[in-house]
Design a protein around this ligand. Structure first.
Ligand SMILES: [Zn+2]
Length: 324
């Protein structure tokens, strides 16, 4: 397991209620990784009420710990658990410790990746405001929320507002669009759009922009009406079909504007998607976009990409750091 893998494991855990990494778990992490993750403030210790997993048994059964005070000042206290197989088993103090995801630290690292303000907790441990990020010639409010797919998420969603203009970052799980009280905002999953490179969260600007564009298009298609308020099922089916068609076109058009030619766009896309994308399909998508009036000249879109994100346009490098 690399540090990048560990980061993915942490973002998945961040969307679970009370994730706990015990001694047995963190012992499987690469050497020094726990200390590093604590140093980066992605992981923090939790009070486990002094329990420890049995170091002797394969099933890692967890028992409560008995502390035996030292007989004199020169000794340390001893820790024991009861094991059905080995009876009394001595454990170390380290084995009694538990660790969890530091969601505040994750919010702070995301804020610095986006170069936005220090997170302000709105619902402690669940939702933070991160100020505004630049998107094209405007700015969008940025929110970070964990466990937004949980049963109680509607209470959190109300803090995001009903305008559908916010950009909501989540660790892993994206909530059902129909749960939002108003227009559906852009939701970006760190699991899909972020990697840990040299101890820094690095976001994929394309994934972020795509999420924003998808949300905007959804709002247009539904006339800005809350999905809750109208014939939900009908709209959903329609939107799904429309989005699928649009997204594919968007991707082709975006590749064209980035690469500057139909051939290069087809080549880059084929490589990225690991399937053959023809020059003609890129050409047709661009013609459709021109006809629909949604086509932006390559110059515009280059400045768009720059203003939103990335310092690096190196095609070989998928993930580029956010800069402002
Ligand atoms: Zn045991």
């Amino acid at each position: 397991m690399t540090k990048a893998d560990l980061f993915r494991l942490l973002v998945v855990a961040a969307d679970a209620p009370d994730p706990l990494f015990d001694y047995a778990e963190v012992s499987r992490w690469p050497t020094g990784a726990l200390e590093e993750m604590v140093g980066l403030q992605f992981v923090r210790p939790v009070q486990t009420g002094l329990t420890a997993a049995c170091p002797h048994c394969d099933d890692d059964h967890v028992e409560s710990v008995t502390i035996v005070s030292p007989s004199d000042d020169t000794e340390h206290p001893k820790y024991f658990i009861y094991c059905p197989a080995s009876l009394r088993v001595e454990v170390t103090e380290a084995m009694c410790r538990g660790w969890t995801v530091n969601v505040d630290g994750l919010a702070a690292a995301l804020a610095s990746a986006l170069a936005v303000s220090t997170p302000k907790p709105v619902v402690p441990g669940r939702l933070w405001r991160l100020g505004r990020m630049r998107v094209r010639d405007t700015t969008r409010e940025v929110v970070f929320a964990v466990r937004l797919a949980d049963d109680d998420a509607e209470a959190l969603m109300r803090h995001v507002g009903t305008g559908g203009r916010a950009v909501v970052f989540v660790p892993h799980r994206v909530p059902e669009p129909t749960r939002w009280p108003g227009r559906v905002p852009a939701v970006v999953s760190l699991y899909d759009a972020a990697v840990l490179v040299d101890d820094t969260i690095v976001l994929d600007p394309h994934a972020v922009i795509e999420a924003i564009d998808t949300a905007d298009r959804l709002a247009e298609l539904t006339g800005g009406v809350s999905l809750d308020a109208c014939g939900k099922k009908l709209v959903r089916a329609q939107v799904k079909a429309e989005m699928k068609a649009h997204l594919d076109d968007d991707m082709l058009v975006a590749a064209y504007t980035l690469n500057g030619s139909f051939d290069k766009a087809a080549e880059a896309l084929s490589k990225q998607l690991e399937k053959k994308i023809s020059r003609d399909s890129v050409w047709r998508a661009v013609q459709r976009a021109k006809k629909a009036g949604t086509f932006e000249t390559p110059d515009d879109s280059a400045s768009v990409s720059r203003s939103v994100a990335s310092q690096s346009r190196d095609r070989g490098e998928k993930f580029a750091k956010y800069h402002n």
